[in-house]
Design a protein around this ligand. Structure first.
Ligand SMILES: Nc1ncnc2c1ncn2[C@@H]1O[C@H](COP(=O)(O)OP(=O)(O)OP(=O)(O)O)[C@@H](O)[C@H]1O
Ligand SMILES: [Mg+2]
Length: 318
């Protein structure tokens, strides 16, 4: 599937100053603490491509400063939702608001409030990593574009590759650069469409940490993912999109409560090397023959057999 790449315009966040998360914004099971407007509000959204009905009445809210994960199989419509929220695609019906602006009636205001890291990296391969960052910083009229670029290069472990053309970057490096570009200008809302697909485990953790930092500073993050552990790690709330609708939406504990607890099964525990070692030499062993030691407290007296704990362990196993 081809989706429109996020253009610099779609990335055009504005500096809005530091926003601190208020504790209530992360509060547990209540999706929308009283008195707070959701920063993203989606109501009865529908979208078809020809005869294919992709969205059939999608509804959800995202509280300010939270991380919201949208899960769904391939083709469920996750990117379609993100593109509608990012004003790259018009819905057929329903409404969607971002940071108080309607995505259809006030697209320019929405664009000023968001940043999108699309499913496919939107970096200029002819430019170097640093040039890409400086370009976006200039487009966003951010002060000291060079310093902003250098800071992000460091944060995303790209300093060494900063002067190389992006065409020579690995997939993970491109992805990190792409995410770094979307952070320029501190937009209050960030959309990340499958931010860690194709990344190695270490790079995934780096991206997760960056997302957590953003959220801790008050940025609202909506991400889509195929990785369930990613949603578990990151999301305050998780929604599952299936057959055109959100079929569940809740915190991880809420979702877990939908299934009965797993049956408890007893399995024989194999002793670890540490268990074996301690059973044989005692857990205060010094390697000396303690039978002749002065206080008898420096190791197991092999003359009197293994220590009681070790004996018990062996009993349990037999
Ligand atoms: N421009 C388009 N024209 C026709 N069909 C489209 C178009 N864009 C998306 N689709 C179809 O809409 C459905 C939803 O696509 P979408 O990209 O939103 O899914 P997704 O949940 O992001 O999937 P993935 O996990 O594979 O990225 C798919 O069946 C896709 O083929
Ligand atoms: Mg997608």
């Amino acid at each position: 599937m081809t989706v429109p790449d996020p253009t610099p315009a779609a990335r055009s966040g504005t500096v809005t100053g530091p926003r601190k998360r208020r504790p209530a914004e992360r509060a547990g099971d209540d999706p929308m603490p009283t008195g707070q407007q959701p920063v993203i509000q989606v109501r009865n959204l529908t979208k078809s491509y020809g005869k294919l009905q992709v969205l059939r009445g999608v509804e959800f809210d995202v509280p300010r400063g939270s991380i919201f994960a949208l899960l769904g199989s391939n083709g469920a419509g996750k990117t379609t939702i993100v593109n509608i929220l990012a004003t790259l695609l018009r819905p057929d019906s329903g409404t969607a608001g971002v940071d108080g602006f309607d995505v259809v009636r006030q697209p320019a205001d929405v664009r000023a409030a968001i940043s999108l890291t699309g499913q496919f990296a939107a970096v200029d391969e002819i430019l170097t990593g640093r040039e890409n960052l400086v370009l976006v910083a200039r487009l966003r009229h951010v002060g000291k574009p060079g310093a902003v670029a250098d800071d992000l290069l460091e944060r995303f472990a790209l300093t060494e590759a900063a002067g190389r053309k992006v065409a020579t970057y690995s997939g993970g490096m491109r992805r990190r650069l792409d995410i770094a570009m979307s952070l320029i200008g501190n937009p209050p809302v960030i959309f990340l469409d499958e931010p860690t697909t194709g990344l190695d485990p270490q790079a995934r953790v780096e991206v997760w940490n960056a997302v957590k930092e953003l959220s801790a500073a008050g940025t609202t993050v909506l991400l889509t993912t195929q990785y369930l552990d990613e949603a578990e790690q990151l999301a305050d709330r998780i929604a599952i999109l299936h057959r055109g609708r959100i079929i569940v939406n809740g915190t991880l504990p809420e979702l877990q409560r939908l299934l009965p607890a797993a049956k408890v099964e007893y399995v024989e525990k194999q002793p670890s090397l540490e268990d074996v070692f301690l059973a044989l030499v005692g857990d205060t062993a010094t390697g000396t023959d303690t039978a002749s030691g002065p206080d008898g407290a420096t190791g197991t007296d092999t003359a009197s057999g293994p220590d009681p704990a070790a004996a018990k362990h062996q009993e349990e196993r037999s």
